[in-house]
Structure formats: C-alpha cells, structure tokens
Design a protein around this ligand. Structure first.
Ligand SMILES: Nc1ncnc2c1ncn2[C@@H]1O[C@H](COP(=O)(O)OP(=O)(O)O)[C@@H](O)[C@H]1O
Ligand SMILES: [Mg+2]
Length: 239
C-alpha cells in the first residue's frame, strides 16, 4: 500500500507562549485531496507552517511520504517534495509573471511526477502565458492566484498545500480554481486544500478534516458530509 503523503500525529505548536495547536492528528493519503476546514483562527495556517518547517512543532510528528521530518529546516523539507501556496498569495508584485516562475524553479528530484516547466505552467494556465511579460501586481486576483499555484508547481512537489486559494475571488473564478485543483489531483498530486469556502471543499475533496481551536474535531470522507451535518454546523458555525 502507498505511504500516506502527509501525516500529523499529536502535533503541538506555539507562537512564543501561546499554545495554538493542541495535538493535531490528520492524514492526507497519496494521490488524495484533503480539505482542511475550520473557523478563522482555528489553526489551519499554523498547521501548514509546521508542515513546511516555518514553525517547529514542540511535540508530535510530521511525516511526509513515510519520512518523519520533525526539526528539519524549510529548505530541507521542501526537498522532500512539498510546496505551499501561501494564504494571501505572496507573489512578487514587482516582478513579471515569467520572473516569478523563474525564481521558483527547482531541480527535479527522483520519484517526482512529470516535471513542471514554464511551458507546462502556461499550458495549464493559458492566461498567465498571455501575460508573461506583465508585472504580477497588475494581474487580477484570479490570475495572481493562478501564478501563486504556478510558482509552487515549479518546485515539482508531490504534495501541494494550498492555503485558502479561493479567498477574495468572484464565484466564477472560484469555480475555475476548483477545476484546476481537481486537474492537478488527477495528474497524481496529493493535495491539502485549506478552505473557508466549505461548499467548494465538500465538492472537490476526497476527505475532510475539521480543525476547532487547534485540534481536529472531525476527519472522514467528504461524500458523507453535507452542509447540515453536525460536524459542519457545530465546528464551523454555519446555520
Ligand atoms: N505569527 C503569529 N504570532 C502569534 N499568534 C499567531 C500568529 N499567527 C497566528 N497566530 C494565532 O494562532 C491562532 C491560529 O491562527 P491561524 O493558524 O492563522 O488560523 P487560521 O489559519 O485557521 O485562520 C490564532 O489565534 C492566531 O491569532
Ligand atoms: Mg489561515
């Protein structure tokens, strides 16, 4: 059986004295799309930071494709095949589309999926190709999100973490981002999708984990969840 792409076991994380993750346990199977839900402040982005090594967990284990990566520096962790599309996109606004992609390129590793090149990013996101010479800051919100995803893909990850990619986008663009995410999964990527857009996550994810106050209140198949399921109404405050 394939190893899980990502496992968190009993992960505790702090900002200074502030205890934010209280023993988080979750799993993203290889080739699967895990939707990670939770109210504002639940600890979703903090989970992502502990996976990519921006924040070191005080206790517990983070395992990528069967290898425990606790204590490694972010650049060592990224060499294990994980990339993060950060919340708020964080592209270089004063660089062109092309330059944003060039600076994100990394060597192809053994065991990688089909390698990502700039040409492949432009094939996947034709609008970025048309705007390759434009400053990233002049793109629309949806195009900036596509660029943020393209940048992460240039690192040739096997596991892609996406932190609220639909944030601030019009519904039509959200649907487009959703289709892109599904296509990436179908090409073999394992994906963790952090979302406030519950409907989008329920539509496209295979599995759902719900964080509440720094621990996982629910993990299960997305197909068994609906908007009126108690796991959703009790942990996400939707009515
Ligand atoms: N850099 C930081 N320093 C101190 N506290 C932080 C920092 N980042 C987040 N927090 C706190 O940690 C908790 C979880 O935040 P976060 O992981 O960003 O939640 P989410 O992504 O689910 O909205 C919140 O209470 C937030 O205020
Ligand atoms: Mg967040």
């Amino acid at each position: 059986m394939a190893a899980d792409a990502l496992r968190l076991d009993g992960v505790h994380a702090y900002y200074g004295d502030s205890h934010v993750l209280h023993g988080v346990g979750l799993v993203c199977g290889e080739g699967r799309l895990l939707g990670l839900l939770g109210r504002n402040g639940a600890g979703k982005s903090t989970c992502m930071s502990t996976v990519v090594g921006l924040l070191q967990p005080k206790r517990g284990a983070v395992t990528l494709f069967g290898k425990t990566i606790g204590g490694l520096a972010p650049e060592r962790i990224s060499a294990h095949g994980v990339a993060l599309v950060p919340q708020g996109r964080r592209i270089f606004r004063s660089l062109t589309v092309r330059e944003n992609l060039v600076v994100a390129a990394q060597k192809v590793r053994a065991g990688s999926l089909r390698p990502w090149t700039m040409a492949r990013v432009f094939e996947t996101f034709p609008r970025l190709g048309e705007r390759r010479a434009q400053y990233a800051g002049s793109l629309s919100g949806g195009e900036q999100q596509m660029l943020a995803i393209g940048r992460a893909l240039m690192g040739n990850p096997r596991l892609l973490l996406m932190d609220e990619p639909s944030e601030g986008l019009a519904p039509q663009i959200v649907a487009e981002v959703g289709r892109t995410i599904v296509n990436l999964k179908n090409e073999g990527l394992s994906i963790v999708l952090v979302e406030q857009n519950i409907k989008l996550a329920l539509e496209i994810a295979d599995d759902i984990a719900i964080l509440n106050s720094g621990s996982v209140a629910y993990q299960g198949a997305a197909a068994t969840l609906t908007m009126d399921h108690p796991a959703i109404t009790q942990n996400l405050g939707v009515h």
